[in-house]
Design a protein. Structure first.
Length: 447
């Protein structure tokens, strides 16, 4: 409560910010703006042609009348630190049209925020201020909670290489031509061919010009590709390094999914007379892959592990592409399982690549939007392995393993354990002192 606690000077000498509602009068002193005159609105005709605070230079806005004596007075031209707004906006959002700062009943119903996601640069100040405001607003009766957020996730930032000319001028990535000769990368200006120095990878900033314009990425590759690359490159709590190769890889995956959907549509037309057997061993194996992938992807998305969800989607896609290739040569009874798997794939990419997903969903013959379809259900039975690997220990140290059917009786496990070469060799014809078997889990032989 007191460690290193200091006063927070919230005033800023700039146009951007909420005006501080104070009036200065030569006779009456410093007075608050009357409640009926709130909010104080910034002037729209402000000019930035002079250095310093633009409000201080405005010819009319700063001049007003004293609310007490009616004489000439002057508005406060400092504005509030924008942290003042961000420290309690979530409480205002619970009742944005209320005539009071908050509606306590609405705030009590909605707060605290279930999941807060913010940049790492706000991990200290913004969160500290938010907690301070919330506790103060609890004491004034505006909210009923002491803590504003239940869960906090701090995301990383987007980074990019920096490029600098011989004169020390920062150069934008769009003005750079990169070349690789004998594994050595070099850079030069596109327009003049002048050599450039490749600098460190840093967070994107206008000052260092290492910013990639999202409009250019969307125009070249589409919004889905940009989203997919951002989510797949690294864990969301770490920085993302923006690279052209990474974006191109994301675009290729998009095309791969679209080709797969096209192959399934063609296979469906060619194989209308095939009798589907859902208990077919190969079909069941394919269903297991799809159901397990959906289960894991859902769990990763809920846990904000988006890059791991993407990795699972890649694995599912690889399995479906392999199955589609086999069936293209000789359509068989796995077609129904394959179609179901591709439908599930489209649903799993929908939160990340919505445009591609909707196009694929329609191509597969589904009515309505994939965004309106429920998340695919998972059959719990397909998440369980029929065969499991049981580690076998000797005196507590792992010496081997058994591959058995789930639920194998203890007597059968004992028989197989005692026939393992390693166990036979170490027992030297003697009976074990003790045999501990935890079904479906572990075996320990004490000798």
């Amino acid at each position: 409560m007191n460690y290193r606690l200091r006063d927070w000077g919230i005033s800023r000498q700039r146009y951007w910010g909420c005006p501080i509602p104070i009036i200065h009068c030569e006779v009456c002193g410093t007075l608050p703006v009357p409640k009926k005159d709130l909010p104080v609105v910034l002037p729209a005709d402000v000019s930035f042609d002079q250095p310093g605070n633009a409000l201080e230079h405005h010819p009319t806005w700063k001049h007003t009348h004293c609310p007490q004596c009616g004489g000439a007075a002057r508005r406060e031209t400092d504005t509030m630190d924008t942290f003042v707004d961000s420290s309690w906006y979530f409480a205002r959002f619970t009742a944005p049209h209320a005539s009071t700062p908050t509606d306590p009943d609405a705030a009590s119903a909605w707060l605290p925020v279930d999941q807060y996601i913010g940049g790492v640069e706000h991990a200290i100040l913004h969160l500290l201020y938010s907690r301070f405001f919330t506790r103060a607003m609890q004491q004034t009766g505006h909210v009923a909670v002491a803590e504003p957020f239940k869960g906090l996730f701090t995301q990383g930032m987007v980074t990019h290489e920096t490029y600098k000319s011989a004169s020390g001028e920062w150069v934008s990535p769009t003005e750079v031509l990169l070349e690789t000769t004998a594994d050595v990368r070099s850079a030069k200006r596109l327009d003049t061919g002048a050599p450039l120095t490749i600098g460190p990878i840093e967070k994107m900033s206008k000052s260092k010009k290492n910013v990639v314009d999202p409009d250019e990425i969307v125009a070249t590759y589409g919004a889905d590709t940009a989203r997919w690359f951002m989510l797949s490159d690294s864990p969301p709590e770490r920085d993302v390094q923006w690279t052209e190769a990474g974006v191109e890889g994301a675009s290729r995956f998009q095309q791969r999914v679209w080709r797969l959907v096209g192959e399934i549509v063609a296979l469906s037309e060619q194989s209308k007379d095939i009798v589907i057997k859902n208990d077919d061993k190969e079909a069941m194996a394919l269903r297991k892959i799809a159901h397990r992938a959906v289960h894991t992807i859902a769990d990763d998305i809920e846990g904000l592990r988006f890059n791991r969800a993407v990795a699972q989607i890649y694995e599912l896609t690889n399995a479906l592409v392999r199955a589609a290739g086999i069936m293209a040569a000789a359509p068989d009874t796995r077609l129904d399982a394959l179609k179901d798997g591709v439908g599930r794939l489209v649903q799993t990419i929908a939160p990340m690549m919505p445009h591609l997903a909707e196009t694929c969903w329609a191509a597969l013959g589904h009515k309505g939007l994939v965004a309106d379809a429920p998340w695919p259900e998972v059959d719990p039975a397909l998440l369980v392995d029929d065969e499991i690997i049981i580690p076998v220990q000797i005196n507590g140290k792992r010496r081997g393993e058994l591959n058995v059917a789930r639920g194998t009786p203890v007597a059968e496990i004992e028989k197989q354990v005692l026939s393992l070469d390693t166990i036979v060799r170490m027992l030297e014809g003697k009976a074990p002192k003790k045999l501990v078997i935890v079904p479906d889990r572990i075996v320990n032989v004490v000798i």
